[in-house]
Design a protein around this ligand. Structure first.
Ligand code: SF4
Length: 325
């Protein structure tokens, strides 16, 4: 059986089941890289282009972790995944950066996803599937099942679960550490947590932020736990069009938290050296100034972020919300 490697980074947190189901339905074994660790981070920092963002550097490390264990590496070129928006330039150029900087890679499948150019999602998957079979019916069936499973994944997260918790449940192996994430411990605060999924859910690089908040008595709500139409509507109300798909989701979630009065505080977690985030944070900050009743904090993470700094800031933020109350 052929084996395909998927990095446990970047859009793994968005599309895991879409990709996994598609490949498995075509008889290909999916191999994930290990959860982020010191070696993955160090390898990524050594090999990645200097001025790229931390999530991309980590992806280099994850792909190096996979390279010897698989026949293929799946590094899609995601240009646009909705008709009127793009992903980010670093995601668009990712396959080129990887191929130019890492040696001895297995075959790289860098299928292009570009809905804005008129290439439907189905056409991209058809092209991807043709690497493994020439039976169109088999590819169609795999694509349909993949879409269904992805929807189930998204619905599961909307119950208040992180992607990893949703995966544990869908795979039938709930993690003991997260035995009841929907109604955790004694909680007296609700915190809206904004950021890219690869920053929010990679516990190694964010110093276990979600768990720290939960231990601190917070119910954490993220964009992945909100229905997509809610965020789309909020982002569309902004005076300018936001043309990054992931940025729209972040801004939509932030505006929803500010306008719905459902959280006691908002934390925005962004990557150092992320161009889109540096602009989006300004929009979110502008909104925060209009809603002074909701405490807001931004947390910038990079490869040098220390745990003590994160703990101190989070504890001070939660104390401040409780004192204000
Ligand atoms: S949106 Fe920012 S953090 Fe994400 S890949 Fe692009 S530059 Fe990196």
């Amino acid at each position: 059986m052929k084996r395909i490697g998927i990095a446990r980074s970047l859009l793994y947190y968005h599309y895991f089941y879409l990709w996994k189901t598609f490949f498995e339905e075509l008889g290909v074994e999916v191999v994930l890289s290990s959860p982020t660790n010191k070696k993955i981070l160090e390898n990524g920092m050594k090999k990645a282009v200097d001025d790229t963002c931390l999530p991309v550097k980590l992806t280099f490390g994850h792909l190096m972790d996979l390279a010897d264990r698989v026949d293929y590496l799946f590094i899609p070129r995601l240009v646009s995944i909705e008709p009127d928006a793009f992903t980010c330039p670093k995601l668009i150029g990712l396959p080129d950066m990887i191929k130019a900087n890492l040696e001895n890679l297995p075959t790289v499948l860098d299928t292009c996803f570009d809905i804005k150019k008129g290439i439907s999602l189905y056409q991209s998957f058809l092209e991807l599937g043709q690497n493994f079979t020439n039976k169109t019916a088999l590819i169609n069936n795999a694509f349909q099942k993949a879409e269904m499973k992805q929807k189930e994944f998204e619905k599961t997260m909307e119950k208040g679960l992180t992607p990893e918790e949703a995966i544990d449940i869908m795979e039938g192996s709930p993690s003991p550490a997260n035995n009841n994430p929907v109604k955790p411990r004694t909680e007296d605060l609700k915190i809206g947590l904004i950021g890219h999924p690869y920053n929010l859910y990679d516990n190694y690089i964010n110093m276990d932020l979600i768990e720290k908040l939960r231990q601190g008595g917070c119910q954490v709500i993220t964009a992945e736990m909100l229905p997509a139409p809610v965020m789309k509507k909020e982002a569309a109300a902004w005076r300018e069009d936001i043309f990054w798909t992931m940025g729209r989701k972040m801004v939509g979630a932030a505006f929803h938290f500010f306008n719905s009065n459902r959280v006691d505080g908002i934390i925005c977690c962004i990557s150092f050296e992320c161009g889109p985030d540096s602009l989006l944070e300004v929009l979110i900050l502008e909104e925060a100034r209009k809603h002074k009743e909701i405490p807001y904090m931004s947390l910038i993470i990079d490869e040098h972020t220390g745990e003590a700094g994160v703990v101190t800031r989070v504890e001070a933020f939660l104390d401040m919300i409780r004192r204000k109350r």
